[in-house]
Write a protein that binds this ligand. Structure first.
Ligand code: NAD
Length: 363
């Protein structure tokens, strides 16, 4: 018998626990053995331990090297940083990989979409360098800005710093080109707004072109982010791998999820040089918590990515096939994959898992 894979399982909060349970069941039904280290994070631990991300979660992932995570709600304006952002930073999960692919049967305005979004995951406006009005730090920064640039900023303002470093840019762009090379992709598009943010995005753009020269076998081009949005809506088939700074990557990956049938089927992975955490693109959808309603497929597809990462390629293929059959049949799917959201034939989260397991047994 093979040695079980140790994986940190983080159910998260909101609808997280339901989709995590559905995903754990289908992963186990592939026959692959797991040793789950279940770790709580989010609203549950905020109440009991005063933090959305207890140290145990980080310690567990440092042991297992791999995490599978449900979404976690970010409490608004309560002084708590996002658990998701903190996790990515503390484990240096610098690449956020978000494939967007259409499967037959998915209700979308488009066909044959096969995009891969590579989002820088540690810097940019997500670096958490922020200044609240009325604080000493805010005042000191305003003074420095006035002295060094001549800009007199309003005291009644707030500031978030857009931080882009050469080292992080080079490594995310290399990640995108390496991914393209190892996954038989033809082109990488560099996305930026260097015409306006000439320093930060300008650095990203110029270094990205420099790195691209190391990969003569992969085509490359660049697009300004607003134009990129329009191009993706108009002719998404022209694009392949996209590499972007953090904020644009976040926005474009939701846009891309919209191209393929919605957040209910959009998976993701956060990858660093030592650890990897797999999670859906979507959030905790709290209004549906506890209702056995939301689609577990985004998390299941994240599980498929995790199986590939663990070297379980055959199991990954079988799980993907089983899910494709369920999607293609269109019967045992949640409300978001039905023609209308109030379709009475929509099934619940756990029934999707039952249907996938049933197909897996026949493959
Ligand atoms: P969301 O993705 O949770 O939900 C937006 C809408 O998308 C939902 O109302 C629902 O209509 C639909 N949706 C999302 N997931 C779905 C699914 N699996 N099946 C069917 N429909 C689905 O976005 P939000 O409301 O902006 O965020 C809620 C919370 O989640 C916030 O606190 C946010 O910070 C957090 N969040 C967490 C993560 C993460 O854990 N990685 C990612 C994004 C947002």
């Amino acid at each position: 018998m093979s040695i079980p894979h140790a994986v940190t399982l983080i159910p998260g909060d909101g609808t997280g626990p339901e989709i995590t349970e559905a995903t754990r069941r289908v992963l186990e039904a592939t026959g692959v053995q797991f040793r789950w280290e279940v770790c709580q994070a989010g609203a549950v631990t905020l109440e009991k331990q005063g933090t959305v991300l207890p140290d145990e979660v980080i310690e567990s992932i440092k042991r297992t090297k791999v995490g599978l995570k449900g979404p976690i709600t970010t409490p608004m304006g309560r002084g708590q940083r996002s658990a998701n952002v903190t996790l990515r930073k503390r484990l240096d999960l610098y690449a956020n990989l978000r494939p967007a692919k259409t499967y037959p049967g998915l209700r979308s305005r488009y066909e044959n979409i096969d995009l891969v979004i590579v989002r820088e995951n540690t810097e940019d406006l997500y670096a958490g360098i922020e200044f609240q009005r009325g604080t000493h730090e805010h005042e000191a920064l305003l003074e420095t800005i006035a002295r060094t640039t001549g800009h007199q900023l309003d005291q009644d303002s707030a500031l978030s710093i857009k931080y882009i470093s050469a080292a992080a840019t080079r490594r995310i762009v290399r990640f995108a080109f390496d991914y393209a090379r190892t996954h038989d992709r033809r082109k990488v598009t560099i996305v930026h707004k260097a015409n306006i943010m000439r320093m930060s995005d300008g650095l990203f753009l110029s270094l990205a072109h420099e790195v691209a020269k190391e990969y003569p076998d992969i085509q490359h081009e660049d697009r300004i982010v607003d134009n990129m949005c329009m191009q993706l809506v108009q002719k998404p088939e022209q694009y392949d791998v996209l590499v972007l700074p953090n904020l644009y990557g976040d926005i474009i990956s939701d846009l891309s999820a919209g191209l393929i049938g919605g957040l209910g089927v959009a998976p993701g992975a956060n990858i660093g040089s030592q650890y990897a955490v797999f999670e859906p693109v979507h959030g905790s959808a709290p209004k549906y918590a506890g209702q056995n309603k939301v689609n577990p497929m985004a998390m299941m597809f994240s599980g498929v990515m995790m199986l590939r990462h663990l070297g379980e390629k055959e199991a990954a293929l079988r799980l993907e096939k089983a899910m494709m059959q369920v999607i293609g049949e269109g019967k045992y799917v949640t409300y978001d994959l039905k023609p209308r959201p109030d379709d009475p034939t929509a099934v619940g989260t756990s029934q999707v898992a039952d249907a996938v397991i049933e197909r897996l047994r026949r493959l």
